[in-house]
Design a protein around this ligand. Structure first.
Ligand code: NAP
Length: 461
C-alpha cells in the first residue's frame, strides 16, 4: 500500500474525493471515510428536500465508490469527540476534511430568539430526519410564515411549508415531519429577498418548479419585477449570468400570470430586510424595511435601507441566509470566511503561511457554502490533485502507526463504529419499511435506532 488516507465527512465532497483517490492509477491508495453519523451521504440525506428524489439518486455514484476493495466506512465516529486531528495525522499519510458547514448564519436583529423564529437549517434537518433534530418542535399553527433569504434553501423551506400531505406522503420525509405538516395551518409563505429579482440566488429549475405546486399559487407583484436601471444595465452586461436572466424571466411570468385560485400561496417579495421580529411571547410579526440598490466599490449591487418600514403579521419565521462552518480543534480556521484556512484545499498554517503537511480540505468547509452537489466534484478534484502532487514530491508525512491501531483504540474506548455493512443494514431496513407505502424509505431518526439496526455491540473490550 502506497498511501493510507482518511477522509472526514461522507457528503458529496468527501465521497468525490474518496472516489478520485481510489481511482488513481499510479499509486495504490486505501481510503478510510469517517462520519459523525451512522449514515453516509451528508446533505444528500439530511439537506436535499424530500420531494427531490432525482437529486438524491447521485448516491448511486457514491455506492460504486464504496464497493472498492480499498474503501472502508467508519460511521458514528466524530473528530473532536472520539478522536483528534493529531491522532488522525499519526495514523494516515494525509487527512482530507470535508465536514461541511453545519451552523446557521444569524440576522442579528431584535426578536430573533423568540419562539417561532427558527434557523432554516434546523427545519431542513428536522424534516429530513437528521437524528440531532428529531426532537425539535415547529409550531405550524400560524396562517402566515416569513422565510428570509433568496437562496435555494429558502425556496426548499417555502415549498415544504405548502406542499400538500399527498405530495409529501410519497417522499422520504421523516415521519414526525409528515405528521406535523399534515396538520399545518400555514396558508401563506412570504419569501423575502433583501435585494432585487436580478440578484436572487435561486437556480432556475428550483424557481420554475414552484409553478407545479398542487395547492399553492406563486404571487409576484408586477411592480416588483420592473427592474431598477442599475439591475437592468447589469443584466444586459457580460457580468450577469444566464441564471439571473432566466430567474428574472420566470419571475416576470409569475407576475403576469397571477393567481390560479389555489388554496395556499408563496409570495415573493424583494428589496426588503427584516429589522425586528415582534413578540412579546412568541413571533407575532416581522418589521421589514424597504431597500434600494446601490453599487459598491467593486461594482456589485448592494441593498441600502431607505427608512421606509412596514409590519407583516406572521407567526413563523425561518431565517435562511446561509450556513457557517465551525472550527475543529487543531485545524487552522479562517474566522472571516468560517472555513478551514486553506489554499485551493491545502490547509495553511497561519503562523508560517505554509501548507500543513498532509492536511487538506474539500467542499463547503474549504470554499464556503455555495454551489450545487456537482460543484463538489470539481472542488474535490482540485484538492486530490494537490494531494497527489504533494505525494509525488515526497511532501506527505510518514504515519507513525497503522489505521487499524486507531480503529482498535476507538473500539476499546467504547465507540460504536458503524461500518459500511452496518449502513447497508440501515438502508435495507428503511427501504423495506417504505415500500408498502409507496415511499422510497422510512428513515430511522434516532441515534440509538440507527446504531441498533447497524447491529453493533456497545463495547468490544
Ligand atoms: P445562498 O444561495 O448563499 O443564499 C443565501 C441568501 O440569503 C441570499 O439570497 C442572500 O442575499 C441572503 N442573505 C444573506 N444575508 C442576509 C441578511 N442579513 N438579510 C437578508 N438576506 C440575507 O445560500 P443557501 O440558500 O443556504 O444555499 C447554500 C447553497 O446550497 C447554495 O449554493 C444553493 O444553491 C445550494 N442548494 C442547492 C439546492 C438545489 O440544487 N436544489 C437546494 C438547496 C441548496 P444576498 O445575495 O443579498 O447576499
Amino acid at each position: 500500500m502506497d498511501l493510507r488516507i482518511a477522509v472526514v465527512g461522507s457528503g458529496p465532497a468527501g465521497f468525490y474525493a474518496t472516489g478520485q483517490l481510489l481511482a488513481h492509477k499510479e499509486a495504490s491508495i486505501a481510503v478510510d471515510l469517517y462520519d459523525r453519523l451512522a449514515t453516509p451521504w451528508g446533505l444528500v440525506r439530511a439537506g436535499v428536500a424530500p420531494d427531490h428524489p432525482k437529486i438524491k439518486s447521485v448516491t448511486r455514484v457514491y455506492e460504486k465508490t464504496a464497493a472498492h476493495p480499498l474503501f472502508r466506512f467508519f460511521g458514528n465516529v466524530e473528530v473532536g469527540r472520539d478522536l483528534t486531528h493529531e491522532q488522525l495525522m499519526a495514523h494516515y499519510h494525509a487527512v482530507i476534511y470535508a465536514i461541511g458547514t453545519a451552523g446557521d448564519r444569524r440576522l442579528g436583529i431584535p426578536g430573533e430568539e423568540l419562539p417561532g423564529s427558527h434557523a432554516a437549517t434546523a427545519f431542513v434537518a428536522w424534516y429530513n430526519g437528521h437524528p440531532d433534530y428529531t426532537d425539535c418542535e415547529f409550531d405550524l399553527s400560524a396562517k402566515r410564515a416569513v422565510v428570509i433569504g433568496n437562496g435555494n434553501v429558502a425556496i426548499d423551506v417555502a415549498r415544504m411549508l405548502v406542499l400538500s400531505p399527498e405530495e409529501l406522503a410519497v417522499t422520504d420525509i421523516a415521519d414526525h415531519a409528515l405528521e406535523a405538516l399534515r396538520h399545518s395551518d400555514v396558508e401563506e409563505v412570504i419569501l423575502l429577498g433583501r435585494r432585487g429579482p436580478a440578484q436572487a440566488a435561486f437556480t432556475n429549475p428550483e424557481l420554475r418548479e414552484l409553478a407545479d405546486l398542487a395547492e399553492a399559487d406563486v404571487i409576484v407583484d408586477p411592480q416588483a419585477v420592473e427592474l431598477d436601471p442599475a439591475s437592468r444595465e447589469w443584466l444586459a452586461s457580460d457580468a450577469a449570468d444566464m441564471t439571473a436572466r432566466r430567474n428574472v424571466e420566470t419571475l416576470q411570468q409569475y407576475a403576469s400570470a397571477g393567481p390560479a385560485g389555489k388554496p395556499k400561496r408563496i409570495v415573493l417579495r424583494f428589496l426588503a430586510s427584516p429589522v425586528e421580529i415582534l413578540g412579546p411571547d412568541r413571533v407575532r410579526g416581522v418589521v421589514i424595511e424597504r431597500n434600494e440598490l446601490t453599487a459598491g466599490g467593486d461594482g456589485a449591487l448592494r441593498a441600502r435601507a431607505t427608512g421606509e418600514r412596514e409590519t407583516i403579521e406572521a407567526g413563523l419565521v425561518m431565517r435562511s441566509i446561509g450556513y457557517v462552518g465551525s472550527p475543529l480543534s487543531g485545524v487552522p480556521f479562517d474566522d472571516r470566511r468560517s472555513t478551514i484556512l486553506n489554499e485551493r484545499g491545502r490547509v495553511i498554517d497561519p503562523t508560517t503561511g505554509q501548507p500543513v503537511p498532509g492536511a487538506y480540505a474539500a467542499g463547503w468547509i474549504k470554499r464556503g457554502p455555495s454551489g450545487v452537489i456537482g460543484t463538489n466534484k470539481k472542488d474535490a478534484h482540485e484538492t486530490t490533485t494537490l494531494l497527489l502532487e504533494d505525494h509525488a514530491a515526497g511532501l506527505l508525512p510518514t504515519p507513525a502507526a497503522e489505521p487499524d491501531e486507531l480503529i482498535a483504540a476507538l473500539r476499546a474506548q467504547g465507540v460504536r463504529i458503524v461500518e459500511y455493512d452496518g449502513w447497508q443494514a440501515i438502508d435495507e431496513h428503511e427501504r423495506s419499511a417504505g415500500e408498502p407505502h409507496g415511499r422510497p424509505r422510512i428513515k430511522l431518526v434516532r441515534h440509538e435506532d440507527l446504531l441498533s439496526r447497524a447491529d453493533v455491540s456497545l463495547t468490544r473490550d
